[in-house]
Design a protein around this ligand. Structure first.
Ligand SMILES: C[S@@+](CC[C@H](N)C(=O)[O-])C[C@H]1O[C@@H](n2cnc3c(N)ncnc32)[C@H](O)[C@@H]1O
Length: 237
């Protein structure tokens, strides 16, 4: 595996990086509140699916405070788990939560992964895709660093669909920035979170993007009034 190198995000990505650096300290609390404490269970499900691949090299991209990475590590204690993110603020929180953890926490921009081809048996990520400036490049990078037969398993928020969509949309616009203001003291960051979710691709279009990147067996499982979705996609052998 090659050594990680720091690239410097620009434009939209630099703004996203700054937002996560700013909210890192209160991120876990806000996540629990916004998901009514469901986030940990979804992350555990992502880890469970990813570790159905028998292997020893796992990458949790956009690891944030490391919830998915730790869950993968707990399921595969002898394996090499990398938790990578481009926010040093989030990585600092991950490192501080368990200084003895064998997980490798390191900088990586999802657009330009500092890993060789076919390095990982499975890749996980939570809430990465709606944040990136070039989704096709990010999926292409995951395809490149995954071993043939490997899996991507991802948790992502999704614009609400179905008959309840208008109500869910209004609820999100009211509740999330208010929590951001009262709890995190950063309404702007949580307006961004709501807007990036409501403006993101609906599941059918995201499935097309996975397939365009070369993945097969792309399946998705919606949760929480379809606002959170677990994705699974395979790199063919
Ligand atoms: C909403 S947090 C999710 C953290 C964690 N996966 C979870 O489920 O709690 C999104 C994370 O994606 C990271 N991120 C966004 N764009 C990225 C990029 N281009 N490269 C690497 N990390 C990125 C952010 O820094 C942030 O830590």
């Amino acid at each position: 595996m090659s050594q990680p190198q720091h690239s410097t995000p620009v434009g939209h990505d630099a703004e996203v990086q700054g937002t996560f650096d700013r909210i890192a300290a209160g991120y876990d609390t806000m996540n629990r509140l916004m998901t009514l404490n469901r986030h940990a269970a979804w992350c555990a499900d992502v880890a469970r699916r990813a570790t159905t691949v028998q292997g020893s090299d796992y990458l949790d991209l956009a690891t944030g405070t490391g919830v998915i990475a730790r869950s993968v590590q707990a399921r595969r204690p002898g394996s090499h788990v990398v938790g990578a993110d481009f926010s040093e603020g989030m990585l600092d929180v991950a490192r501080r939560q368990d200084p003895e953890s064998p997980i490798t926490w390191e900088f990586a921009d999802a657009h330009e992964l500092p890993y060789g081809d076919e390095s990982f048996d499975a890749i996980t990520h939570g809430y990465l895709m709606r944040n990136v400036s070039d989704l096709d490049k990010v999926l292409g990078e995951q395809y490149r660093v995954l071993k043939p037969g490997g899996l991507v398993v991802a948790l992502e928020s999704s614009p609400p669909t179905g008959p309840l969509a208008p109500f869910v949309r209004i609820g999100m616009q009211a509740v999330i920035p208010t929590l951001g203001k009262v709890v995190a003291k950063d309404p702007e960051a949580y307006h961004y979170l709501t807007d990036s979710t409501l403006g993101f691709l609906p599941p059918k279009q995201l499935k097309d993007r996975f397939e365009r990147a070369g993945f097969t067996d792309v399946v998705y499982t919606p949760h929480f009034l379809r606002t959170n979705v677990i994705w699974q996609a395979r790199k063919p052998r």
